[in-house]
Every structure is written in structure tokens, then in C-alpha cells.
Design a protein around this ligand. Structure first.
Ligand code: GLU
Length: 408
């Protein structure tokens, strides 16, 4: 099943509740603009995409991913999730995503800069602070956003810092952006566990993925008293049921390139890590990690999706049946795009917000999104939290389409 097939299947689960018409389904399952280019760097050709799913609520928003597995199906799916994420968070944005099929780990810094600038030369017509606003995603970072802004402004002959978010601070970036996804994930997890009457001290956590999102949330949860018992990266995992010393694990990762080099824990495979007994399993890597193949073996009580799309639609049904709650990506990882929104507001207006004010916005927007989702999830007995989040997000998009006169 393709990633977008999973989305179609998930949409069906809320179709009756929302009384979706065929026209509405067709609109939700189509993309406003699919653009594709080939980037020619030093004689090698790389495929690249920028895809807008929907922009009824405002300019499209979403990151750019550099990864060897990037393909059109993935970018289409990621752009759909961005539409739902920005809608659920109550932001004035639509959803988009971009990607380059490339392995950035094999590139020199000079080549990486060439790819970043070539990407903007290929897609600049379709990007802008009131059209479509990129940001970092898997294997892209503030430095890349800085090159992209520079290339864009050179082409246009004027400044427009709001055309991209997640920039370096010197170029109008935002202090909170670096660890915003993790901060948001922690806010949502805290809210959920509070509802369930569970305290951090009594909560064991397993984290798959130790990139920006996984590493930062590991540190935040550890500092807040949670017991992080296992973590992994692309090379494998480590487990210590008494709790890992996260500061030291981070040091090991930075020095050796992998958490598996941490000497004081048992080594496990990624597969084993997903099947560990734990209160919370945080998925902070890539899509399709829990599928119908391994969903029966998951022993976590709660799954927090910090990555986009790590649990497939079929796996969702199995987990729901087994009483395992999945806190969905469009809620759990919305912290990144909420802080991107603060950055964009500052760039557009020239105002400079205090850190406290932006933290307040992050907290407020996430709390509102959580409350709405949790309440509907509790009210609709058959619903998973994903169904509830999808229903709320989709309704807001369709209402905007109706207000525009695009739907009856
Ligand atoms: N790439 C991030 C996401 O998937 C952030 C997007 C943004 O800040 O626009 O949510």
C-alpha cells in the first residue's frame, strides 16, 4: 500500500461522521499543484518536488526534505498532512511539502549548498511569503534555509524573509524554532498523561530516531523526570531498563555518530526497540514503522508520533483494537509549524516578539488543538485520536472551501 493509499483509507474512517460528499472527497484527495524538476549538480541529476495540497486557509506551508527515499507519493502525502496539521492548529495556512531524492550524508558542504540553491532556482515562481512557505524537514536545517533565502532574494532583487522559516537567527529566524517540534511533542504528551492520571516519574519512554526531534525530546523528557529506557538511530538501538543517562548518550552520538557506541547499555535492533515493553513509544524517525506486520507485537500503552506518518492505517486499526492509543502526528508534531508561524509573523510585520510571548502562543495553540481532539475522541466511542484530529482539521478546510464558493 502506498503512503497516499493509507491517507485515502484514513479519510474513509471519518467520511460518515463528516457526511463527506464525493466532491469533497475528490477535493481532499487531489493536490492543488504538483511541480517537479531535475536538479543538475556537477554532472549528476537529482529529482526534486514541491507540492501544494490545499491552500484554502492561507498560503501553503511545509518543509523540504533531502533523503534518498523521497518520491512523489511521499511528498504528496506529507503535503496532505501539512494541510491537516496547520488546520488543526488553527493557523492561517494551507499545506505543502518539498523534497529532493538525494543522500545528503554523501555530499560535501559545497555540493549541499549547490543543491539548495538549485532547488530555489527550480521552484521560485511558486514560492513566496503569501504563496507557499518552505521550512526544514528531515536532513535539512537552518543553514540550508539561509542559502535558500539568499538565492530567492537574489532572483527577486528584494528582501522577503517570510518566504521561508527555520532560518538562521541572523536572517530573521526564531529562537524557539530549533527544538520546537520536540517541545510541542512534550506539551502534548504531558497533556495526554495528565488526562490519564499518569505522572512523568512513573512513565517509561522508548524513542525511535535520534535526529533533531528525537534527541531533543529525549533530553526534555529526561530533564522533566521521565524514565527514558531506550533510544535508537539508523544504526540500531540501546536499552537500559533502569533508565539511560541521556546527556551521555547525546555526547556519544555527537562524538561517534551513533547512539549504539554508548558503552553502558545493551544493544538491540530497531525491530526489537519497537516491541519493547514501555508506557510510551515515541516514533521520531520516518514513515511506515508500525505496519500490519508488527502492530500485534507492540507492547507500548501509548504511541506518540513525532515523525510524520510512522503508523500505517491498517496498523492503526490493530492498535486501536488492542487498546493502544496513538497520539497522531498532525497533533504531536505541530510545534514546529506553530513556531514557524511566529517567525513568519515577525518577518512580515517587522515586529520582534519576546521568547515568552512565542512560548505562550505555542502552548496555547497546542492546548486548544489537544482539547478539541481529545474531547471528540472521548465523545465518539469508535474514534481513534487520529480519527478525531482528522475530522476537526478536515472540517475547517472544507468550511474555508465553502466560504470561497468552491464547494456547495
Ligand atoms: N517539517 C515540519 C513539519 O513536518 C515543519 C514545517 C514548517 O515549519 O513549515 O511539520
Amino acid at each position: 500500500m502506498s503512503i497516499f493509499d493509507n491517507i485515502k483509507r484514513n479519510l474513509e474512517k471519518v467520511s460518515d461522521y463528516l457526511s463527506l460528499t464525493n466532491a469533497e472527497k475528490e477535493l481532499l484527495l487531489s493536490h492543488k499543484r504538483i511541480t517537479k524538476a531535475t536538479l543538475n549538480i556537477n554532472g549528476k541529476v537529482y529529482e526534486a518536488w514541491r507540492i501544494i495540497h490545499n491552500d484554502a486557509l492561507g498560503p501553503a506551508k511545509g518543509g523540504i526534505r533531502f533523503h534518498p527515499n523521497v518520491c512523489e507519493d511521499e511528498v504528496k502525502s506529507l503535503s496532505f498532512w501539512m494541510s491537516l496539521k496547520t488546520s488543526l492548529a488553527g493557523l492561517p495556512y494551507g499545506g505543502a511539502k518539498g523534497g529532493v531524492k538525494i543522500n545528503p550524508k554523501e555530499l560535501s558542504e559545497e555540493e549541499l549548498e549547490k543543491v539548495s540553491r538549485a532547488y530555489i532556482r527550480a521552484f521560485h515562481e511558486f514560492i513566496g511569503e503569501d504563496k507557499d512557505i518552505p521550512a526544514p524537514d528531515v536532513y535539512t536545517n537552518p543553514k540550508i534555509m539561509g542559502w535558500m533565502l539568499d538565492e530567492f532574494e537574489k532572483i527577486k532583487g528584494r528582501h522577503e524573509p517570510g518566504m521561508i522559516t527555520g532560518k538562521p537567527l541572523e536572517l530573521g529566524g526564531c529562537v524557539l524554532r530549533g527544538d520546537a517540534t520536540s517541545k510541542g511533542g512534550k506539551i502534548i504528551l504531558d497533556l495526554f498523561l495528565e488526562e490519564e492520571g499518569k505522572s512523568p516519574e512513573k512513565t517509561n519512554v522508548v524513542i525511535q530516531g535520534f535526529g533533531n526531534a528525537g534527541m531533543n525530546i529525549a533530553k526534555m523528557l529526561h530533564d522533566a523526570g521521565y524514565n527514558v529506557i531506550a533510544v535508537s538511530d539508523s544504526k540500531g538501538g540501546i536499552v537500559d531498563k533502569t533508565g539511560l543517562d541521556i546527556e551521555k548518550v547525546i555526547k556519544t552520538k555527537k562524538e561517534t555518530g551513533s547512539v549504539t557506541q554508548y558503552p553502558k547499555a545493551e544493544k538491540i535492533s530497531n525491530k526489537e526497540l519497537l516491541e519493547l515493553e514501555t508506557d510510551v513509544l515515541i516514533l521520531a524517525a520516518l514513515e511506515n514503522q508500525i505496519t500490519k506486520e508488527n502492530a500485534e507485537n507492540v507492547k507500548a500503552e501509548v504511541i506518540l508520533e513525532l515523525a510524520n506518518g510512522p503508523v500505517t492505517s491498517e496498523a492503526d486499526d490493530i492498535l486501536h483494537e488492542r487498546g493502544i492509543v496513538v497520539i497522531p502526528d498532525i497533533l504531536a508534531n505541530a510545534g514546529g509549524v506553530i513556531v514557524s508561524y511566529c517567525e513568519w509573523c515577525q518577518n512580515k510585520t517587522g515586529h520582534i516578539f519576546s521568547k515568552d510571548y512565542m512560548e505562550k502562543i505555542l502552548e496555547e495553540k497546542l492546548t486548544q488543538a489537544f482539547r478539541k481532539t481529545y474531547d471528540l475522541y472521548k465523545e465518539q466511542k469508535r474514534f481513534s485520536m487520529r480519527n478525531a484530529a482528522y475530522a476537526i482539521a478536515i472540517r475547517r478546510i472544507l468550511d474555508a472551501e465553502k466560504a470561497r464558493g468552491n464547494l456547495d
